[in-house]
Design a protein around this ligand. Structure first.
Ligand code: ARG
Length: 466
């Protein structure tokens, strides 16, 4: 079949040239969005008196037929027809005859492709948000089971102060909450209609852009036709929000990998989320967590890729922009896959409470408690820090921990120490009492969990969240 834009040409490109320029191999993913966009466009044309009712009915019927075939994956696309838009248009003409050619009145592929991308991201973002909530729920349930489970908190990957394991997990809940909010906030810019901007300059037909936007559920229309067809900020924003989300997942992945090592042994991943080695029979590898850490790189790459494609592009549409799609599809797949795996991994992991418990008993992460103890009795904190630092040094020399020192040794360091010092040194006490807002104290963590649960419940009552 000849090209839909072939009129001006006297010779056709060779197949391999067509192949290079075509996007159908990947933009066929937009088939449903493209049909939805066309349905809205043709209904608008009728509404504005540009097409007659019979013509519109025929086109709508043809598009519905294509939709049914698309659902059954029965549509045959060709490279010759270049992209999803021209493929569908030519299939429509095959389906209903020349009247199908009226669909493209007052429209261009430039506003069409932009419309498809807006529709696509709108539904994918909702899906990603649902998956974020599922992961948040898995984190919440591990947190609820582990409010009084203690682990060392780290800075510089050195043991710092004991904390509740629930508190540690909840830090990720709040990161994911920000991710979900970022996606929600981006909807303001995703849910905007470029349809009717034409190739770049609008159209002389008396179209009603608000009408087609309304049919597609868009909240607004682009104010400027050039901007409407040139804007890919909403994709950049999606890739950027996805990058931040993946960065968070990657940090948790790194902790999961460390925690499941023999050295830490804080958790054990379920067999269903681990793999073995082809040579070392004892191995149980946290492959899925490693892969998510690794896949974070490709999402960043997709963001950098699109920023670079758009850099320096003059207005309005340029074919360079066809490069916006593969990275976007890939990001959707990567983010969805990673969230789903993570949910399962967190739900099924075994938390080794006994190992964690033992670990916090055998370190100096209670040193701040001693300094705080002295400071509470009036010693300037800086001096208290010095006194405790010396005590730690003497413990290191004697190869013991602070709780092993005798009352006499404490008294020798400062007269302010009393018998209750041993209670203050208990990691359990150290954690229990840290109830400042957002702290790791058991009450503070309970409160945070309650708040988080309300957020999840509210989301479930209002899943549209546009
Ligand atoms: N396949 C093209 C893309 O994805 C659609 C828009 C083509 N427009 C044009 N004027 N060549 O960007």
């Amino acid at each position: 079949m000849s090209k839909l834009w072939g009129g001006r040409f006297t010779k056709t490109a060779e197949e391999w040239v067509d192949e290079f320029g075509a996007s159908i191999s990947f933009d066929k993913e937009l088939v449903m969005e493209d049909i939805e966009g066309s349905l809205a466009h043709v209904k608008m044309l009728e509404h504005c008196g540009i097409l007659r009712k019979e013509e519109t009915d025929q086109i709508v019927g043809g598009l519905q037929a294509l939709k049914e075939k698309a659902k059954k994956e029965q549509l045959l696309f060709s490279v010759e027809m270049e992209d999803i838009h021209l493929n569908l248009e030519s299939l429509l003409i095959q389906e209903i005859g020349p009247v199908g050619g009226k669909l493209h009145t007052g429209r261009s592929r430039n506003d069409q492709v932009a419309t498809d991308m807006h529709l696509y991201l709108r539904s994918q973002i909702k899906e990603v948000q649902n998956q974020i909530i599922n992961l948040q729920k898995a984190i919440l349930s591990q947190a609820e089971d582990n409010i009084t489970t203690l682990i060392p908190g780290y800075t510089h990957l050195q043991r710092a102060q004991p904390i509740s394991f629930a508190h540690h997990m909840m830090a990720y809940f709040w990161m994911l909450e920000r991710d979900r909010q970022r996606f929600s906030e981006s909807m303001k810019r995703v849910n905007v209609s470029p349809l009717g901007a034409g190739a770049l300059a609008g159209t002389t037909f008396p179209i009603d852009r608000e009408y087609s936007a309304g049919l597609l559920g868009f909240e607004a229309i682009y104010e400027n036709s050039l901007d409407a067809v040139s804007d890919r900020d909403f994709i950049i924003e999606f890739l950027s929000n996805s990058s931040t989300l993946m960065m968070h997942l990657s940090r948790l992945a790194e902790e999961i990998i460390l925690w499941s090592s023999h050295e830490f042994h804080y958790i054990e991943l379920d067999d269903a989320f681990s793999t073995g080695s082809s040579i070392m029979p004892q191995k149980k590898n946290p492959d899925m967590a490693e892969l998510i850490r690794g896949k974070t790189g490709r999402v960043y790459g997709n963001l950098m890729g699109l920023l670079t494609v758009l850099k320096g592009l003059p207005l309005a549409y340029n074919k360079d922009m066809q490069e916006d799609k593969e990275g976007m599809f890939d990001t959707v797949r990567t983010v969805s896959g990673s969230l789903k795996i993570f949910e399962g991994m967190i739900k099924t992991m075994t938390v080794k409470k006994d190992v964690m418990e033992k670990t916090v008993q055998s370190d100096f992460s209670n040193a701040t408690e001693l300094a705080d103890y002295l400071a509470a009795k009036g010693m300037p904190f800086r001096e208290a820090h010095e006194v405790v630092g010396k005590l730690v040094l003497s413990c290191v020399k004697q190869q013991c921990y602070l709780a092993d020192l005798s009352m006499d040794q404490f008294k020798a360091a400062s007269e302010l120490f009393e018998e209750d010092i041993f209670n203050a040194l208990s990691p359990y006490e150290a954690v229990r009492r840290r109830n400042s807002a957002g702290g790791t104290g058991f009450d503070a963590v309970q409160l945070a969990i309650q708040k988080a649960k309300r957020i999840v419940e509210e989301y479930q009552q209002e899943p549209a969240h546009l």
